[in-house]
Design a protein around this ligand. Structure first.
Ligand code: FES
Length: 588
């Protein structure tokens, strides 16, 4: 990109052509307050007017988030006129905002409060009627509270950009405008996949996960045997909640914190991820060898499962019947672990810490119960875990690094760790499928061909004379391309990995919020930088593991030898597999 000369506050700078004034100013070290702008133009409607500045020669103040820089431009941020206009914009937003900030779970992360502070919007100068509000708490995953919505439209854009879906849109007109699913339905009565991408971009508390912290507290108080499992992506991002740089792996400190919170056992969902590979790899080979339905598609991501059930009911036989690792871990804890430890399953309380809001919904699926007992009792997002740690007064960075509990279900391999990133399940499966077909380990261990962050990736692998064609997609917009190929009979693949969220679980809707306004320019560039850094944290943990293939996990071998007999056995099906059904999109 060509460089151009501009002046900000009278100081000359050279910046890249094509940037907005807001971006150029941030690169030059200035913070212009902004709200509706997010992620360098991903969502910028120029609607909130919080980012107004003066540009010499322009008529009136300009919205810096949509106004491009050009040669010789002179920008003034600090003029009384611009400062007062920004303050007035924020005060107008506050005048229609539910200000029960101390009860809001976005407290400490609210961008509206941040810009109120930056602009000095302290007094309620504008008072009057408020827009009628809706509080939607019908799904187990997401709460929508329009009394806190500032109509920035980030959620609307994110749903479209990530999934090609328009679940959220602007309803009504003028003063009565709200953001909602069509006709202000509940998410529960819409084809929302509950992935939480909208939550992750909402600048206020208008969209939040439905917290289950109280449920966990109640289980502790009731004296239940409370066991926790943590998904791989959590360790790659939890540190961000405590001021650590993006991509800092915090596995040991996370385990130490969970012990101090009172969990009887701290296990890693990775054990079940290794079991998933044994089950899914066996299912794939059986389908290939016996003329089963191909391509087979992974089933770990509940957001993706929702999307399939709403939009591709005819393709459900392509989905692996394997439960997700969260549910497998829960089912094994309440059956295998409970039997070995002589605990009644109903006295157990299984908590999952997940990067995902859809996991909260997944645990409620009636199909995911064994003998009417749910596999998992409560799901906390990474953000909720951070809130519990802070509430308890635990100083995260001072914690020692501790190990997961090692008994029965404690060991895991590097293959399981990379489940948290797009392409990881595929790579883990290929490591084991290669071994099963050749009797030897893949020499390089890594399958670089399936790594990366491109929306759709494919690879062709020659394994012992068999060509295995695979593809990976993340975000439903990308998945749709592969699914339409299957529907049209044009798919050449044997195995497809689909993850609901762009980037996979590392960027799930329950992960720490990535905030343009709180981060340096480089760290949120088109969202890929932070995804790549979190992914690198998982790949590095994989590299550090002595065992890196699921079939080499000794406790998984023992589980099969002593309990399940073999992958896809009758007992394994009873505990670890599930069914799907097509669902109506708008069902009220
Ligand atoms: Fe620029 Fe909203 S108008 S941030």
């Amino acid at each position: 990109m060509a460089k151009i000369n501009i002046k900000i506050e009278g100081i000359p700078y050279q910046v890249e052509e094509g940037l907005t004034v807001l971006e150029a100013a941030k690169l030059c070290g200035y913070e212009i307050p902004s709200l509706c702008a997010f992620n360098h133009g991903e969502c910028s409607r120029g609607s909130c007017r919080v980012c107004l500045v003066e540009v010499k020669g322009a008529r009136g103040l300009v919205a810096s988030c949509v106004y491009p820089v050009n040669e010789g431009m002179e920008i003034t941020i600090s003029s009384p006129k611009a400062s007062e206009a920004r303050r007035a914009s924020v005060e107008l937003l506050l005048s229609n905002h539910n200000q029960n900030c101390q009860q809001c779970d976005k407290n400490g992360k609210c961008e509206l409060l941040h810009v109120a502070y930056l602009t000095g919007a302290r007094e309620g100068r504008y008072q009057g009627a408020k827009t009628p509000t809706t509080l939607d708490q019908l799904t187990p995953s997401i709460i929508r509270d329009t009394s806190k919505c500032i109509l920035c439209g980030r959620c609307v854009e994110r749903c479209k950009n990530a999934h090609g879906m328009g679940i959220l849109g602007f309803e009504n007109r003028g003063f009565r405008t709200i953001v909602a699913p069509a006709e202000n339905r509940s998410f529960a009565n819409s084809p929302c996949i509950l992935c939480g991408q909208c939550v992750s971009v909402c600048p206020t508390g208008a969209l939040m996960e439905k917290s289950e912290i109280d449920k966990v507290d109640a289980a502790f108080k009731a004296g239940k045997h409370v066991v926790v499992q943590t998904a791989p992506a959590v360790r790659a991002a939890l540190g961000e909640e405590f001021g650590m740089p993006v991509g800092t792996p915090v596995t040991g400190k996370m385990v130490a914190a969970l012990r101090r919170l009172g969990f009887k056992k701290v296990y890693d969902t990775n054990f079940a991820a290794d079991v998933t590979i044994m089950e899914e790899g066996t299912e794939l080979l059986e389908r290939i060898n016996n003329g089963g339905v191909l391509p087979m598609i992974t089933s770990c991501s509940p957001g993706w499962i929702n999307y399939a059930e709403y939009n591709y009911g005819d393709l459900l036989p392509h989905l692996s019947t394997c439960k997700s690792p969260q549910q497998m871990q829960g089912a094994l804890l309440k059956d295998y672990y409970a039997a070995k430890k002589d605990i009644a399953p109903e006295d157990m309380f299984v908590v999952s810490v997940m990067p995902c809001t859809a996991k909260k919904y997944e645990k409620e699926r009636p199909e995911l119960r064994v003998n009417e007992i749910p596999d998992v009792d409560a799901v906390l997002t990474t953000r909720e875990l951070a809130r519990m740690i802070k509430r308890a007064g635990i100083v995260f960075h001072k914690l020692p690094d501790e190990e997961f509990d090692q008994d029965l279900m404690g060991e895991y391999t590097g293959a399981a760790v990379i489940f948290g990133v797009t392409g990881g399940v595929m790579e883990a499966a290929l490591r084991t499928v290669y071994y099963v077909l050749t009797g030897t380990e893949h020499e390089a261990i890594n399958f670089e061909a399936v790594r990366g962050l491109e929306g759709i990736r494919e690879a062709s692998l020659d394994i012992n004379g068999m060509t295995v064609n695979v593809a990976i997609a993340h975000g439903m917009k990308n998945a749709k391309v592969l699914l339409d190929e299957i529907r049209e009979g044009k798919s050449k693949y044997h195995f497809i990995e689909i993850m609901g969220c762009p980037g996979g679980c590392i960027a799930g809707g329950g992960q720490p919020l990535v905030r343009s306004c709180f981060m340096p320019y480089e760290d949120n560039d088109i969202q890929d930088t932070f995804r790549a850094k979190r992914a690198a944290a998982l790949y590095s943990e994989d590299e550090r593991q002595v065992l890196r293939q699921s079939h080499n996990n000794p406790q998984v071998k023992k589980l099969y030898d002593e309990y399940l007999i073999k992958p896809n056995s009758h007992k394994a099906h009873e505990l670890l597999h599930t069914t799907y059904k097509a669902k109506e999109g708008y069902n009220d």
